[in-house]
Design a protein around this ligand. Structure first.
Ligand SMILES: Nc1ncnc2c1ncn2[C@@H]1O[C@H](COP(=O)(O)OP(=O)(O)OP(=O)(O)O)[C@@H](O)[C@H]1O
Ligand SMILES: [Mg+2]
Length: 335
């Protein structure tokens, strides 16, 4: 069965289209780990169908259980119920045995992808504030919750999709930073603090009329919320080098997102979280250069050297926190 026949069959099974109906499919860009398609049905509904793949479409062999689809659905429903209906698309139907679910389509005209905006040089530090607030709200609403820790005990998935490819892969190849990266990996595995999304990247954030909408929660785990903040901040830092003429705006966005997030941390000492996040940012910078999921636009060797040198210095600094990191960050080549 080809991709659309398989998805049609699922849509019929879910009662969303009639047998024999041929809805219009538009596959979304990205799609490293899933088939994601916009579906326009004969009765005028516009939906998104997402099916998790077991082999990720990246050059290196990288497998992960397609069961992550079920956790993505649970994350979307939980955030909608416990935090806000504006921050996630609504789940319409699900078929867990086939790793498929259907959600509401959020039109691109009213919900542009944050990554596209950033790549076009439209960098708005106020949006970074809104995202910092949205993220910390999700973490605060799920912190210290043993039932959720049990529901999202997806440590094996998080190891396969995040800790191994991002931290341990680099540790295996770079002896000078291996001890620091292995210590961070162990620390991440040990913390069970709040519900982590696991992929807070600009490509997974839409700019909605009521603020950020967060997609793609396949890596959700009950773990260290610092990971989400670090993951997103790393993207901002890398873009400050890659889109250099907007460097100061990216740095401003880093500062405003960190401050907005830290102001909402009530479940632990914000300073401790800031220090952990800064170390993870350093590690994730290296992962974007040398890990299994590298940033495709980072091809300039001088840019890579600039980022690598700073990341390694950060990783070895015992007193680092987010404010110090960003005060020291250089994006212009004389680091
Ligand atoms: N409900 C939705 N409404 C509008 N657009 C959506 C919706 N869900 C997904 N998209 C679009 O499809 C893209 C891919 O979706 P998603 O991130 O969930 O899939 P993915 O295969 O896990 O992606 P990747 O592995 O590239 O991060 C998103 O970046 C977004 O542009
Ligand atoms: Mg995605």
């Amino acid at each position: 069965m080809d991709d659309t026949a398989d998805l049609c069959d699922a849509l019929v099974g879910l009662g969303l289209i009639a047998a024999g109906e041929q809805p219009r499919f538009s596959f979304m860009t990205g799609g490293v780990s899933c088939d994601v398609a916009k579906v326009e049905t004969a009765d005028g509904r516009v939906l998104v169908i997402k099916k998790a793949l077991s082999q990720l479409r990246v050059p290196t062999e990288w497998r992960a259980s397609a069961n992550r689809s079920a956790f993505e659905v649970q994350w979307l429903k939980l955030v909608r119920a416990r935090v806000s209906a504006d921050q996630v698309p609504e789940v319409i139907a699900e078929m867990p045995e086939r790793h498929i679910f259907v959600m509401a389509y959020l039109p691109i005209e009213t919900h542009p992808v944050w990554k596209s905006e950033l790549l076009q040089g439209r960098v708005d530090p106020d949006f970074a504030v809104a995202l910092g607030q949205a993220l910390v709200q999700i973490h605060a609403a799920t912190a210290n919750d043993p039932a959720l820790a049990q529901q999202f005990a997806t440590d094996d998935l998080f190891m396969a999709l995040r800790i191994d490819p991002f931290l341990l892969h680099v540790a295996r190849h770079q002896a000078d930073v291996a001890p620091a990266l292995r210590a961070l990996a162990l620390d991440l595995q040990s913390r069970k603090t709040a519900l982590v999304h696991g992929d807070v990247s600009p490509k997974n954030i839409l700019i909605g009329p009521k603020g950020p909408v967060i997609l793609d929660a396949e890596c959700a785990v009950y773990g260290d919320p610092a990971f989400d903040l670090a993951f997103c901040l790393t993207h901002l830092l890398i873009k400050s080098v890659f889109i250099r003429d907007r460097g100061r705006l990216f740095i401003g966005s880093f500062r405003s997102m960190s401050q907005a997030y830290l102001a909402g941390v009530g479940w632990e000492d914000p300073q401790a979280l800031s220090a952990r996040t800064a170390k993870l940012v350093a590690a994730l910078l290296l992962a974007r250069l040398d890990g299994k999921s590298t940033a495709p636009y980072l091809t300039d060797e001088a840019d890579k050297a600039l980022i690598r040198q700073q990341a390694k210095a950060f990783l070895q600094d015992p007193a680092l926190d987010l404010a110090q990191l960003i005060n020291r960050w250089t994006f212009e080549g004389q680091a």
